[in-house]
Design a protein around this ligand. Sequence first.
Ligand code: FAD
Ligand code: NAG
Ligand code: NAG
Ligand code: NAG
Ligand code: NAG
Ligand code: NAG
Ligand code: NAG
Length: 585
Amino acid sequence: MFLTLLLLAVGSSVSKAAIASPVFGVTSSPDGIDGQSYDYIVIGGGTAGLTVASRLSEDPAVSVLVVEAGADDRDNPEVFDIYEFTAAFFGPLDWAYPAEEGRTINSGKTLGGSSSINGGLWTRGSMAQYDAWTTLLEESDADVGWNWNGLFPYMRKSEHFLPPNADQITKGAEFDPAVHGSSGPVFSSFSHGIAGHPNCVTMNPLSINYDANDLRSSSAQSYLTPVENTRMNWVTLVQHLVTKIVWSQTTIPLVASGIEFATYTNTTNGTTRYTAHARKEVILAAGAIRSPAILQLSGVGDSDLLGPLNITTLLDLKTVGKNLQEQTNTAMACGGTGFPVDGTGPDDTIAYPNLFQLFGNASNAKVAELESSIPEWAASQAVNAYSAEALETIFRAQADIVLTDKAPMIEMYYVTGPNVTFDQIAVNLWQLLPFSRGQVAIVSTDPFEYPNIHVNYFNVSFDLDIQVAGLKLLRKIFRTPPISDLSTGETVPGAAVPDDAEGGSDADWEAYIMANFGSVMHPVGTTAMLRRELGGVVDAHLKVYDTANVRVVDASIFPIQLSAHLSATVYGVAEKAADLIKAAQ
Ligand SMILES: Cc1cc2nc3c(=O)[nH]c(=O)nc-3n(C[C@H](O)[C@H](O)[C@H](O)COP(=O)(O)OP(=O)(O)OC[C@H]3O[C@@H](n4cnc5c(N)ncnc54)[C@H](O)[C@@H]3O)c2cc1C
Ligand SMILES: *[C@@H]1O[C@H](CO)[C@@H](O)[C@H](O)[C@H]1NC(C)=O
Ligand SMILES: *[C@@H]1O[C@H](CO)[C@@H](O)[C@H](O)[C@H]1NC(C)=O
Ligand SMILES: *[C@@H]1O[C@H](CO)[C@@H](O)[C@H](O)[C@H]1NC(C)=O
Ligand SMILES: *[C@@H]1O[C@H](CO)[C@@H](O)[C@H](O)[C@H]1NC(C)=O
Ligand SMILES: *[C@@H]1O[C@H](CO)[C@@H](O)[C@H](O)[C@H]1NC(C)=O
Ligand SMILES: *[C@@H]1O[C@H](CO)[C@@H](O)[C@H](O)[C@H]1NC(C)=O
């Protein structure tokens, strides 16, 4: 039903008869791209990559090449039909990155990246969480605007919010127009408001277009599709993997002259290496797993990692790939036939409790534990960061957000419907702000090979305590009206975690979590934007330290996690990045 909107996206604009060189639009052929020069080369046509490329190519005098490993799957229902959310998992559109302990971090391998396969939840973190980014930069960078006031206009710029219709309003939908954009490319619909602090229960908008039968509004659909036939200065090459950045100057500051890339399909790892030249900049947007890996393959990273792989370290930037912060999900469910399930489409209801709501009368003890444990945690996680001292500063900023801002620490994402995974009502529950730090590291010089991902799940035991507290609170919610009146009782984990006066013993909950948790697929922080002494990989202009013209613009640059789903912020970061890049020329 959406096919009419999609037209003949693939290749329609790159008819070779009509256009010799340079090509534009979307193509899977390197002809006319290999050996060519562009002002900007964007690595990865995902959420951030297409946003930045779209903004940079607004100026017809500027040429932009995007190279995307995945295919153009805009006409695949696994992409455009958000009701099929999860259908793409483990198929050709999903990198399905393996992490330790048999866990998987799903991630979009397709035009639009993760915005093409994600759940579409459109949420933002608290103001203080964005303000903290500035406190972790140089004081002299305060005016660059990495705070709520500086980022909010860019999050709004990306958004085209469609207010709820009369029917949705009757069902309780409310919204505050001041917090939404109304003329950006990404459609968001069906809202209950996402103002500056998420500590509440809300029905959230989704990145879908209500006026187009809930068509998914991915970065490809929003930033590329409307202009692909008219932007003759922008070409996106799909099914090609960037194998490394090429340098024209290997003394500090390193100068990138372009990229090397190879054909990549589900049956081919191309052996031919093509090149493209960047007159101005190379912009990394390969996501939090691959952007650091590409830097490492290009000689930018920890010499202790690169040396044994016989990669010449051009820039011994120790923290490339470190500071990985990923969340952990566990499910609970209860059964019954009394739930008033109605409607269709993806689920959108979230509760976001903070530390005080999780621990109630035991909060004081937990606060004291948090405050006194920071040095110990910083020391234990330093192997995955720059230093214990640097981590202590970062952890204090994180603790401040938890204690002073009272930002949510848990997400409870309600999944209702007649055919949910478990039973009649299920909740995916995750710990939002882990103190555990992990890392991403390449394992060979083969650019096709996945990097090793070590999330370091629950290495700081406090992270596990939070997950336990969240599940206990959820058990309490299940046993309280109105849910208790409608349900026949908890089915998952149910008897697997026997009840006691405390709602189940911590040991039983921990065992349940360790046996069943999954990754949330929200990795961030692997090329963090931090001042150098804290282990930053990029500066406040998103430039990789000690390079002249390489930036990172995706989720890798988040210095700390957010109490939110990430895409709305990734769009805001990429919108801001585009303006920073334009201003630098
Ligand atoms: C399954 C899933 C569900 C999610 N649910 C939600 C949600 O409901 N709401 C929300 O807000 N957020 C959600 N997220 C998170 C959010 O979608 C991501 O954090 C965000 O899209 C990441 O954007 P990015 O630009 O950093 O990376 P991506 O969008 O992943 O883009 C990276 C791109 O780079 C490409 N690439 C990688 N390596 C190379 C290479 N060497 N050469 C060329 N191309 C390369 C990839 O194929 C990909 O297209 C979800 C994520 C996933 C995976
Ligand atoms: C290969 O990839 C294409 C493009 O994403 C997809 O349509 C096709 O189903 C895949 N084939 C296999 C065998 O996975
Ligand atoms: C690195 O080079 C040395 C010396 O040529 C060689 O012995 C070693 O096997 C190489 N290591 C790798 C990982 O390729
Ligand atoms: C918390 O403390 C208050 C006041 O001291 C008390 O009334 C309440 O019962 C306590 N709640 C729990 C769950 O212990
Ligand atoms: C639920 O599953 C049943 C059995 O597979 C199927 O017949 C029914 O159509 C499904 N309902 C919905 C709303 O998907
Ligand atoms: C591509 O390379 C990766 C890593 O070396 C390998 O796992 C994969 O099987 C290769 N795919 C093909 C089609 O050769
Ligand atoms: C944390 O990781 C270290 C190794 O880096 C390991 O020795 C330690 O046992 C882990 N702690 C926990 C609680 O998992």
